[in-house]
Ligand binder design. Structure first.
Ligand SMILES: Cc1ncc(COP(=O)(O)O)c(C=O)c1O
Length: 402
């Protein structure tokens, strides 16, 4: 049975870096649940972070019930039920349009939590400064629906608001944050300098836990912004919390040749379980796992994010060889494939393959398309013990559909 395995030690390694960074910067840092929401892992990481960033009322409820501390909510649009629920526990509520804010402003400002200062409200802004390379992930593309442009705020009644929020980065370094902050200052600096605005949320997309990320620059930028505008800065990374903390283990179910091409069919689906592989698209690292008779097998040159005792790993390569296979999925979608990978030996049914770095933006997006079995969710404790925290049965598939 396929499973996502998340290493608690790796998660804690990341959150320790995030904690050190936010403490040095003097800002707040929350986990973006849209990227990683495995709540059974929250007890191990929540003390390092200041809470969660939620994309709507359900994520906010999860954050409130299982993480605690701050709940920073932003959605492109809320309805009345969302607002009624969120008013009870969210600590920040950011809006994507002036129309939404004006629609709910009276209700919000009359609420005891707003009056007491437990709840603050802000606007998501669009600095119209693109720094990314993938349009699908760029909220600053021309005509974007995400964030309010500076011209829309001219002469607007901003009574009741105390924050601005931008999210424009995706897997990016601090140099892109620096150029974004210059654009924010040029277009929105007059608001940030006014005493009415007490927080600036710099969104996610900061690759803070990558070894080559320039953390000193981030710390300097956050400190400068806090001093210049006299406000509190918030960061809300998702990927940086869960990067290199998990794998998806799966099994080879069939191997055959067709029209000169070798195929290996797996028990997972790209569109069902790793949709970013097709959406972004990107090519994950894949390993062949072998049980080793040797109790301490030699380490492979590169290891997946989660390793198990007594296993040896062989990273698949891109170069064509007699044991190159197109890794495909057991669904009807012709394009539901991971691409061609070469292994050190021929594959056979029952082999275990490991898709590396599969904790973020995977489990939060999974489906049971075609009825492909949903991988189990497993936590690996620092002593190596595996704890299966969720298995999915036929009833889960059936009950979601009616
Ligand atoms: C508003 C907002 N905040 C935070 C994030 C988290 O981004 P990342 O996981 O890239 O750090 C996202 C991701 O799309 C987002 O849209």
């Amino acid at each position: 049975m396929a499973s996502f395995i998340i290493s608690i030690a790796a998660l804690k390694r990341n959150t320790a870096i995030l904690r050190e960074t936010k403490e040095a910067a003097g800002c707040k840092l929350v986990l973006a649940l849209k990227g990683f929401a495995c709540w059974k892992a929250f007890p191990y990481i929540k003390n390092d972070l200041d809470g969660c960033c939620a994309s709507g009322s359900w994520e906010a409820r999860l954050a409130h019930q299982h993480f605690g501390n701050h709940v920073v909510t932003y959605s492109p649009a809320y309805n009345e039920d969302d607002i009624t629920e969120l008013l009870e526990f969210t600590t920040h509520l950011d809006f994507n349009s002036l129309g939404q804010w004006l629609r709910f402003r009276k209700t919000i400002m009359a609420h005891p939590r707003f009056k007491s200062g437990e709840l603050q409200c802000g606007l998501r802004i669009n600095p119209e400064h693109s720094t990314g390379s993938t349009p699908l992930y760029d909220p600053c593309v021309p005509g974007s629906r995400l964030g309010i442009t500076a011209d829309q705020l001219e002469g607007a009644d901003l009574t009741g608001l105390s924050g601005l929020h931008f999210h424009t980065l995706c897997e990016q370094g601090a140099e892109d944050l620096e150029s974004t902050l210059a654009a924010v200052d040029e277009k929105f600096g007059h608001l940030l300098r006014s005493p009415q605005f007490t927080y600036l949320n710099m969104g996610g997309g900061h690759w803070i836990t990558k070894p080559d990320y320039d953390r000193d620059r981030l710390i300097r930028l956050v400190r400068e912004a806090q001093e210049k505008y006299d406000l509190e800065v918030w960061l809300e990374p998702g990927e940086a919390v869960a990067i290199h903390t998990g794998v998806l283990r799966c099994e080879v179910v069939d191997v055959f040749e067709s029209m000169g091409h070798r195929h290996a069919i797996l028990d997972i689906s790209a569109t069902g379980h790793l949709p970013d592989v097709l959406e972004m698209p990107y090519r994950p690292d894949v390993f062949l796992a072998e049980r080793s008779a040797d109790s301490n097998p030699p380490e492979s040159s590169k290891q997946p994010a989660v390793t198990l005792d007594g296993e040896r790993y062989y990273k698949a390569s891109d170069s064509s060889s007699p044991s190159t296979y197109q890794l495909g999925c057991p669904t009807c979608l012709a394009g539901d494939v991971f691409g061609d990978y070469s292994f050190p030996r021929e594959l056979k049914p029952g082999d275990t393959l490991i898709f590396d770095d599969m904790a973020h933006y995977t489990m939060v997006k999974t489906t049971t398309f075609n009825g492909v079995k949903h991988p189990s969710i497993v936590l690996q404790h620092p002593n190596g013990r595996l704890e299966t925290v969720r298995e999915f049965g036929f009833e889960d598939f059936r009950d979601r559909l009616s």
